[in-house]
Design a protein around this ligand. Structure first.
Ligand code: SF4
Length: 142
């Protein structure tokens, strides 16, 4: 039987696409590859941002780097690319890295760069949710 296709934040399976140039490798999710066809995506790279890149947080309807640069356009482009891929491959589920301004599900950093969390989704998580894709936070695999 064909395995279920599930989008996954690429940093969770060890790709060095984090803003710092590192990753968030999670052994439980590597293990999950036996059961699911995990499709890695990094919306920030798909939006045209380089790696490494300045850290950024959502602030109201924008995404701003720590140095004050507006990167909303790149974050939105990345989200749209991920949605296009999900539609093309008929993917209905995504496992996304918690707290990220792109991938965070239900809780994200609050835009003050002080490690405070607030209710909300990352830009990509929000768009996928609006398009009825089921989201699972990586925190469920800790
Ligand atoms: Fe990981 Fe998502 Fe950030 Fe890319 S945008 S590094 S996939 S959390």
């Amino acid at each position: 039987m064909e395995k279920e296709k599930v989008l996954i934040s690429a940093c969770l399976i060890g790709l060095n696409c984090k803003y710092s140039g590192g990753n968030n490798k999670n052994e439980k999710l590597i293990e999950l590859m036996r059961e699911k066809d995990l499709v890695p995506i990094c919306p920030e790279q798909l939006g045209g941002l380089s790696t490494p890149r300045p850290s950024a947080e959502r602030k109201e309807n924008k995404v701003i780097t720590k140095e004050g640069m507006d990167v909303t356009k790149e974050y939105k482009k990345g989200a749209q690319e991920v949605l296009n891929l999900a539609k093309k491959l008929n993917i209905k589920k995504a496992i996304l890295k918690s707290r990220s301004p792109s991938c965070g599900v239900n809780k994200i950093y609050d835009g003050t760069f002080t490690n405070n969390l607030t209710d909300g989704d990352g830009v990509t998580a929000e768009l996928l949710k609006e398009n009825d894709i089921e989201l699972i936070s990586s925190d469920e695999y800790l």
